[in-house]
Design a binder for this molecule. Structure first.
Ligand SMILES: [Ca+2]
Ligand SMILES: [Ca+2]
Length: 419
């Protein structure tokens, strides 16, 4: 937003004192994931602020958005119905009753549009958070229902991670995990770097005091950007990683891009997830798109082990892609719907929570403590079809990025098959 900035300060510097010195009135201060503040900075004061010895970085507050496709495709139900095992959960081997781990005792922060606290299929934590920009000011609130969803995206993402195994609606990858709603995107699915930073600051402050502790963060969101365009954003992500929290993010929905052009997916501190089909699509004039094919919309980019930039793993972001009269139609992932029941959405927004769910299973298995880099190493070495999947998308916008990293595998990652 023009005139709005995020100001990162050196450790120990007082946000109030620095703001006062430059005659600024911040609308939010950060003290946990980073030290600093966000708010309006008149153009004439930017240069002096950047020169201040207490200031690390001054960056404009950029617009971000969610990573679901506008139309998911498929049916919506509004009432509770007999439970369906979604195709993505089945594909990655997280079938309830066959896997030894369920995410019990693991908190997962869903940094998104919020969660529907009235949805009976979503397990919720004792507190939640909301950061939105309203009338050009960043407004923060926290408490039991502060993170109520008003868009539907976060509710869908949350259901993929942890919808209850209770006989109704759907079942998630880690049905006994606990979800914390960290609402940083508004009703239209839009937010700012500053709303994300406020959310990450809240996670850093509360991760070890809530019960269960927050061990995993899912961010199915992003914006075009580069590794260095917001030092404060990256510092906040790094801080959470240093706390032993694994941050899982969507790669993006632009097949012409690689994750090196998407923030936060480009950060070496996150697990960036690309999208594949969970199962084969329907046939048209003799050909079809098989399971584990790169989704026609997915951003990708080979993982570079020396820089840490790139896609760590692929995971289902749609059930299938059908060919209808020569055109591709995605059938979205089935998950929980704002207002009750279930609906379908597609995108790397849906791939990321399949992975976050598996990471929750891994933290449960490890007794709550895991180094994020060991999470990455395990995901990469235990994926399904390494070297053969994702299969090439037949679309003209798709180009193979040089690595077939495989599809996430819950049983491979945990070794947790029930007898
Ligand atoms: Ca259920
Ligand atoms: Ca790849």
């Amino acid at each position: 937003m023009p005139g709005r900035y995020i100001v990162e300060l050196k450790r120990g510097a007082s946000p109030a004192a620095v703001a006062a010195k430059h005659a600024l009135v911040p609308d939010a201060q950060f003290a946990n994931a980073l030290n600093g503040f966000a708010g309006d900075v008149p153009a004439a004061r930017v240069a002096a602020l950047k020169q201040d010895p207490n200031v690390v970085s001054v960056v404009e507050d950029r617009v971000i958005g969610l990573h679901a496709k506008p139309s998911g495709g498929g049916t919506t139900t509004t009432a509770r119905a007999k439970e369906v095992l979604p195709a993505g959960v089945a594909r990655i081997g997280a079938v309830p009753g066959t896997i030894a781990f369920t995410g019990r005792g693991v908190g997962v922060a869903v940094v998104d549009t919020g969660l529907d606290f009235n949805h009976p299929d979503l397990p919720r934590g004792s507190t939640s958070f909301r950061a939105i920009v309203s009338r050009t000011r960043l407004q923060l609130s926290e408490g039991g229902t502060a993170g109520q969803d008003d868009n539907g995206h976060g509710t869908h993402v949350g259901g993929i991670i942890a919808a209850r195994y209770d006989g109704y609606d759907v079942v998630g990858v880690a049905p006994n995990a606990t979800l914390y709603a960290v609402k940083v995107l508004d009703k239209a699915g839009s937010g700012y770097d500053s709303t994300v930073l406020a959310g990450l600051d809240w996670v850093a402050k509360n991760a070890n005091t809530v019960n269960p502790r927050i061990r995993v963060v899912n961010m199915s969101l992003g914006r075009p950007g580069t590794l260095g365009d917001s030092p404060s954003y990256r510092a906040a992500v790094k801080k959470l990683k240093d706390m032993g929290i694994t941050i899982v993010v969507s790669a993006g929905n632009d097949a012409t891009k690689e994750v090196s052009a998407v923030v936060p997916a480009t950060y070496p501190e996150v697990i960036a997830v690309a999208s594949t089909t969970a199962k084969a699509g329907t046939d048209d004039i003799g050909w079809f798109i098989g399971a584990d094919t790169a989704s026609h919309f997915t951003t990708d980019g080979a993982f570079n082990s020396s820089t840490g930039v790139g896609v760590t793993i692929s995971a289902p972001g749609a059930d299938q892609e059908n060919i209808v009269s020569g055109y591709i139609q995605s059938v979205g992932i089935l998950s929980t719907r704002l207002g009750g029941g279930t609906t379908r959405m597609s995108g790397t927004s849906m791939s990321s929570p399949h992975t976050a769910g598996v990471v929750a299973l891994m933290y449960e298995q490890a007794g709550g403590t895991l180094a994020p880099e060991s999470v990455r190493a395990t995901l990469m070495s235990t994926a399904s079809k390494i070297g053969s999947a994702p299969f090439n998308s037949p679309t003209s916008t798709y180009t193979f990025d040089g690595v077939r990293e495989g599809v996430i595998d819950a049983i491979g990652a945990t070794g947790g098959v029930l007898p």
